[in-house]
Each structure stands twice: as structure tokens, then as C-alpha cells.
Design a binder for this molecule. Sequence first.
Ligand code: GLA
Length: 385
Amino acid sequence: MKKENLIKQYKTIYKKVPTHIIRAPGRINLIGEHTDYNDGFVLPIAIDKYTNMLVSKNSDGKIRLYDLKYKEKEEFDIKKIKPTQQKKWSNYQRGIAKVLLDAGYKIGGMDVLIFSEVPEGAGLSSSASIEITTLLSFKELYDLEIKPIEMIEFARKAENDFVGVQCGIMDQFASLLSKEGNALFIDCRSLKYQYVTLSFMGYSFLVCNSMVKRKLAESSYNKRRKDCKYALRAFHKILPRIVSLRNISIDDFQKYGGLLSKKSRKRIEHYAYENERVKQAVEVLKKGNAKAFGELMYKSHKSLKELYEVSTEELDLLVEIGKEEPGVLGARLTGAGFGGCVIYLVEDSCIEKLKEKILYVYSKKTGLVPQFYEVVSSRGAYVLT
Ligand code: GLA
């Protein structure tokens, strides 16, 4: 939707003009899945699908929201913030306001119109993009001095505490700090990051939505986190120097993995090798070696399917279709899994044929009509001038 249209809608709802338009993108993760919450490495890019928030201050301490997707409004008082079971979509804004207040920041009311282009439940981080737009809105309206890393931590905390998903830090990081034309290589232990130029000339990332909304994603996601905690505890008993999964080298895994339960062994095996793959992916990306990058993507998917067990039949089918198609170098699920999207690294001249093939085979086998997004790596959150 055009900016002018959004402003018009804002005027109709709030009888005034917005003072700011804030935007934050969704993301795809190129590689490094389910590693962020165990101090590992990730390599996301922001995509050209944004959550837009038109905002202005009010002086009555109320947060008034209107979401164009749900065509619903909601309102809460910043002095009495609690999660709600009714209009659950407002828990993101509630969470952010609460986290800021708890940290001692002085914020007041705001009147908000939300328009998100990021598909929901598709593993493209619509949640993080909403959290980051909300945070940036408060920051701009109330001149808050918050460092980017703090913003990221706050956004994650809001999701952990208010939405109940024990997510890691990758999505909020990518939504705030991504740079056009670059992937963001994040070390989730030190929180240091590096931009890596996307240099695969003649190749693009195609995103295909399986149209299976993440079922029970939250609880399954939290379960995987628990599995990792148990696995860590078990490994720590064997090797006391292991206090984070990040301390486990592939060598350690090969020596001691056999002493773990089957489930713990699988989870740790995924983590240890996936972390290595991220580092390798960064190297081959720097060299512009698309073929090697694609192979790492396939390996990552296999590991997510067999060891971490977060794939679905539909996602596996999409990856398999890719393997058969000329010009496709790699494919894998992106994000938490349990539904959502697959990304392909594909030669530009083969994109249309790949889409046709997927449409035909996938629809025939599943009865679902997949959606495609040809994404461009984009900039992180900003204030539209
Ligand atoms: C979700 C979470 C992230 C990350 C991915 C899996 O997107 O929000 O923190 O754990 O799943 O890699």
C-alpha cells in the first residue's frame, strides 16, 4: 500500500496526521538454523517486505492501535500493561512498552496505524519486524537513547515474556541492523557482527511459502530449546568445561557424543555441524562460490530434517523438487521450521521454470498452492522521511 494511502487512512482513524512513519523488515536466514539461542552463528538477510507503522504522540498515556491486516483496533494504558488473550496481536506492542518502562525509559502514549507486508506464520519474522517498528517508534517519539544492541535485546525480551516464544536473537538483529546487498554474519555469543556482500552474480534467492502455517510452532520451538538444555547438562557431566553448546567442538562430539541419549546426540550433532556450516558459508560467499554455498544449504536442510526434526513433509517435498531442477544450487527451510518457507539459491534464468515445476508438482501432491517471493536483500529498520 502506498504511503499516501496509509496517511489518508491514519487521518480517517485518528483525525490528525502521523508525525513519523517507521519501517522494519522481515528476514530470511541463509544458513545457521536453531543455533542463535545456543550462542552460535547465523547468516540472515533482511527482505524487501516491511512492517510499516504510522505514529504520533498523544498526551493521555494510551497506546491506541489499528491494524490494517486484522481490521481491528485495540487500546491499552501504559500504566497498566498486561498480556491479553483477546487481541493477541497487540501483545507485541504491550511487551515492548512494558520492557521499556521496566528498564526505566520515559515513554508516553501514541496513536498507531500498522500495515505489515510480512506474511504471518511463514517463518519470515513478521513478529520481529513488529517489535522493532514499535521500539523504534517509541525511540523516535520520546527521544530515547538506546543503543542498537539494547533495542535488539529488548525486542527479544518482549517476545520471550509477552508472547511466550523463547526465541533467540537473530530475527530482531536482522530486522534492525541489516544492510542492502549484504548478509549479516552474527556471532550470537559475543553479539559481534559482520556484513558479508552478496556476490553471487546471476543467482538469486527465491522464497517459496509452503502455505503450511507453523502448527504448534511455539510449543515445538520451546521444546527444542528444552532438548538443548538437557543435552547441555548431559554433556557438561561428561566434560565439565562444556558450559554452552558453543564449547562443543566437532572433535568433542565425535569422541563423547556416543555417551549421550539418542535425542541429545541428534540435537547436538545438528548444532555442532550447523555452526561449522555457517562459517564455511561465509567463506564461500566471500569467494562468490555459489555452488559450494548451495551444497551447504542442502546439508543444512538434511540436518534440520533428520537431526533437529523441525521440517515437515511439505518442506521436504519443496527441497526435493529443487534438487531435480536445473539451475538450482541449493534449498533449505528457513526460520524455525514446522511449516513456513523454503529458500532456493537458483540461477536467474531458471527461476520461472522452477516456479512452474513447483506449482505443478507441489499443488498436485499436497493440494496446496504455494506462494513465491523473489526477495531482494534490504536495509534494516528506518524512519521514512
Ligand atoms: C525463529 C526464532 C529465531 C531462531 C529461528 C531458528 O525464527 O525467532 O530466534 O531461533 O527460529 O533458527
